[in-house]
Design a binder for this molecule. Structure first.
Ligand SMILES: [Zn+2]
Length: 149
């Protein structure tokens, strides 16, 4: 089996532009000097590569910052190194590191105890607390404690 000559970028360019203009493989083969079959094969390789690349780029573009963060967090959690994850989401390693630390920060917050907002039983001021059985705001609570309630 004779191994065919590799395609040059120029040949690829001619092939793609002629296909765009609706030229037949036979016409292209005459122009490039390869068999119509070779032109046809190459055309499908190029079309597929272009479609895949476009799909990939589109996918990355559509990713929100949160999705990127979640993806990086998941992959790193699975043991993938950050330098391998970064190209998958189309960003630099440095940027991926930033997103990862943001992701971890977010996860920490998500896991932390929910805070409750309620009015203070004494001064009616709205306050937030992480304690379930806290009905006084911080200042009322500390004065209450001082007074030995
Ligand atoms: Zn109060």
């Amino acid at each position: 089996m004779s191994k065919s000559k590799p395609w040059t970028p120029d040949e690829d360019k001619i092939l793609l532009s002629m296909r765009k203009k609706g030229k037949k493989y036979k016409e292209i083969s005459a122009k490039i000097g390869r068999t119509p079959r070779a032109v046809c094969n190459r055309s499908s390789v190029l079309t597929k590569a272009t479609a895949e690349r476009d799909a990939e780029i589109a996918m990355r573009r559509k990713w929100t910052r949160k999705q990127k963060m979640a993806f990086i967090g998941k992959k790193v959690g699975e043991g993938m190194v950050i330098s391998s994850v970064a190209p998958l989401v189309g960003c630099s390693i440095m940027r991926a590191r930033e997103l990862l630390s943001e992701f971890r920060e977010m996860e920490r917050e998500r896991r932390s105890i929910p805070t409750r907002t309620r009015p203070c039983c004494k001064c009616r001021k709205i306050f937030t607390t992480q304690h379930k059985c806290r009905f006084l705001c911080d200042s009322c609570n500390s004065s209450a404690q001082r007074m030995g309630w």
